[in-house]
Design a protein around this ligand. Structure first.
Ligand code: MG
Length: 306
């Protein structure tokens, strides 16, 4: 077992391979975030939020510029059709990149008020787009444009597919950031990183909600505190384990909230995504760099496209 892997619960041994090794692929960013895999091109796209650009990395071509400027793009995912769906701090919107390269704004306002700065996004199997809206893109000019918030809170929104309704789905998290569904979509996980803004009362936790079919999330409860650092972004594997960012690497938490193990990364981690035909390679964005590690664990994000 390589030195980067720390097994805390014996069950974590099933998630890694004897030859699992962390590789640093490229270090072009000021703040790397939002990794997403494009299966048809076998490319990992990620944001340099503070560099106002996006990169693409592939085995074949290495590192390339994907979009510059990027409107301070942050989180990314794919929708059910494999189109890139992104959170833009600069335009304070959620956008979609069409197959011909045009970029369509999917949502920019709630009840006539502009979002704060959409941060991270996931798409449910019914096509609804779920995203978080903390203030980090309007708090200063380093990853967006300093502005006043028009909305009293920082919420999680659900946008129904095909121009459908926009709803505030979660309003009891102070600083929502990363989000993900359990493999059967019965649970929604939302990161609350309010500790950064409110050192005495804030949280550094992943909150779990039950998600009734067609309804709003209910029964919010703490799944786990993540430290050192915060749960910025995370992904779920087929066993329901949560692979989350932290300051010392990727931390892996069971569906019951137990810390199973860690993949140590030498830079502060922001987010990750499983990729590859078996979804068994974890790509990790961490401060300046993109890393990867091959695992036994397999993701669920791209199954519908493979
Ligand atoms: Mg984030």
């Amino acid at each position: 077992m390589s030195a980067e892997i720390e097994i805390i619960d014996p069950s974590f041994a099933d998630a890694v391979r004897p030859d699992s090794r962390l590789e640093r692929l490229a270090s072009p960013a000021i703040w790397a975030e939002g990794p997403v895999w494009l299966p048809d091109r076998d490319v990992v796209v990620f944001s340099d939020v503070k560099g106002n650009r996006m990169f693409a990395w592939s085995e074949r071509k290495g590192l390339e510029i994907f979009r510059q400027p990027s409107n301070y793009n942050n989180g990314n995912t794919l929708d059910r059709q494999g189109r890139l769906v992104s959170c833009e701090h600069g335009r304070r919107c959620v956008s979609r990149t069409e197959p011909d390269g045009r970029i369509t704004v999917l949502a920019e306002k709630f009840d006539g008020r502009r979002f704060n700065s959409p941060n991270d996004v996931v798409v449910k199997s019914d096509g609804s787009v779920w995203f978080t809206d903390p203030p980090y893109g309007i708090a200063g000019d380093d990853e967006g444009y300093k502005s006043e918030s028009q909305i009293v809170g920082c919420w999680v929104y659900r946008l129904e597919p095909d121009g459908g309704r926009l709803e505030a789905a979660v309003v009891d998290v102070q600083r929502p950031n990363g989000l993900a569904f359990s493999p059967d979509e019965s649970i929604l996980y939302v990161a609350d990183m309010s500790l950064v803004d409110f050192p005495r009362l804030g949280r550094r936790q992943i909150t779990a909600y039950d998600l009734p079919e067609g309804g709003n999330p209910v029964n919010g409860r703490k799944l786990a505190d993540i430290e050192p650092g915060i749960p910025d972004g995370f992904r779920v594997d087929r066993e329901g384990r949560i692979f989350t960012s932290s300051d010392d690497g990727i931390q892996v938490v069971s569906p019951a909230g137990r810390l199973l193990g860690k993949i140590k990364v030498p830079e502060r981690v922001s987010n990750c995504t499983f990729a590859g035909r078996n979804e068994d390679t974890l790509y990790i964005t961490a401060t300046t760099s993109l890393y990867r590690i091959r695992l036994a664990a397999r993701g669920v994000q791209y199954s519908h496209l493979l």
